[in-house]
Design a protein around this ligand. Structure first.
Ligand SMILES: NC(=O)c1ccc[n+]([C@@H]2O[C@H](COP(=O)([O-])OP(=O)(O)OC[C@H]3O[C@@H](n4cnc5c(N)ncnc54)[C@H](OP(=O)(O)O)[C@@H]3O)[C@@H](O)[C@H]2O)c1
Length: 343
């Protein structure tokens, strides 16, 4: 459920450290599927992250008008004591859409950054495989790996997404839904196999891809989106044999492990986005942002232009999901996909 408050005046700040915030962008991320299924009951306010603007402040550390990232769920307004807020990097350019703080210069971007650096331990010259490659995480994985001098193979679930992957610099890309054999497609894309596998999908894809890893290959288990909706757990084949005989490393991770390096990650991603923007190549994905609802039913999906007045005039939205057509989404299981902002 999205908690709408028609009027910010309904809130009264009582304590000296309190702030009143107004959500500007809400994110829609895959983790909401398993988390909401496990931890939420009907009528609960949907979990989620937002970019919010401070509209009132009794806290000397936060000035009115400043934008922050919060994890207060789908609420139009909320009160905070400031402890759970992350300010946008102070050098955030006026011309850069703030919604990127929920995408490339936010949690999904840092997932790609730390997953590649710290879990895959990617080195220049290696071959990197990523699935759900056109997604918020996968598209950054591919672009960062290219910047680091790797060969990048990605796959996605539509021909449009595959064309997009090629446009943003993937060396090889294919549509995993239409290839005759996933095994053959992976072999064709990199006959020598893969050093790193950034796995966003899990399930059958992982089982097939593991057999294409090079000896001592590293697998970063980032997500298992193919399993999030399962009511019955999927069964093997199991991974032990290729893991042993190819001496592979497989490590699951959650990006919050690097909370103490968040600033470093954000600054790196911000610098990268600005460089990409200057050169006029590359894309950044932002979570689809929406704001309207009535009761517990989302009735419209839109970007809030009045709060994002700094969007470049040539902004192009590319939707690869159903997000722009979905209406009447049963609450709270509202799974819309992300859209792209081309910088
Ligand atoms: N470990 C962490 O800290 C962390 C942090 C952020 C995200 N993640 C995980 O990373 C993954 C990607 O996240 P994201 O933010 O990039 O997501 P996203 O932008 O919403 O993209 C998700 C993509 O996954 C693919 N997908 C959806 N359902 C699928 C299914 N049943 N089987 C196979 N593919 C499916 C779809 O692409 P196609 O059409 O190409 O199939 C979809 O567009 C998710 O698994 C997420 O949970 C993990």
């Amino acid at each position: 459920m999205l908690s709408c408050t028609a009027n910010a005046q309904e809130f009264a700040l009582s304590f000296v450290t309190e702030l009143l915030l107004e959500s500007v962008f809400l994110s829609v991320d895959p983790y909401m599927r398993p988390y909401s299924q496990r931890n939420m009951k009907e009528g609960d306010i949907m979990i989620g992250t937002q970019v919010a603007r401070i509209v009132e402040s009794k806290n000397p550390d936060f000035t009115v008008g400043v934008f922050v990232v919060a994890r207060s769920g789908w609420r139009t307004h909320f009160i905070s004591d400031g402890k759970d807020l992350r300010a946008l990097p102070p050098n955030w350019p006026e011309s850069l859409p703030r919604s990127l703080a929920l995408g490339t210069i936010g949690m999904p971007g840092l997932t790609a950054y730390f997953g590649l650096l710290e879990v895959c331990k990617m080195k220049s010259g290696e071959t990197v495989l990523v699935n759900a490659a056109a997604g918020a995480v996968g598209s950054v994985v591919g672009q960062l790996a290219k910047i680091w001098g790797c060969k990048v193979v990605g796959c996605a679930g539509s021909d449009d997404k595959v064309a997009y992957l090629k446009k943003i610099g993937f060396d090889e890309a294919f549509n995993y839904k239409t290839v005759a054999s996933l095994d053959e497609a992976l072999r064709k894309a990199s006959p020598d196999g893969y050093d790193c596998f950034f796995d966003n999908v899990g399930g059958e894809f992982t089982t097939v891809a593991i057999n294409q890893m090079k000896t001592y290959g590293r697998i970063a288990l980032c997500g298992a989106i193919s399993q999030y909706n399962d009511s019955v757990p999927q069964k093997g084949p199991y991974v032990q044999m290729p893991m042993i005989f190819k001496e592979l490393q497989m490590e699951g991770f959650i990006v919050s492990r690097w909370n103490n390096r968040w600033e470093e990650g954000l600054n790196t991603m911000l610098k990268w986005v600005m460089e990409v923007r200057k050169e006029g190549v590359g894309f950044c994905k932002v979570p689809f942002c929406f704001c309207l609802c009535k009761g517990s039913l989302v009735i419209a999906v839109e970007v809030k232009p009045q709060h994002d007045t700094f969007l470049p005039p040539d902004l192009i939205f590319e939707s690869f999901g159903d997000s722009q057509t979905i209406v009447n989404i049963p609450d709270p299981f509202c799974f819309v996909e992300t859209c792209n902002i081309r910088l």
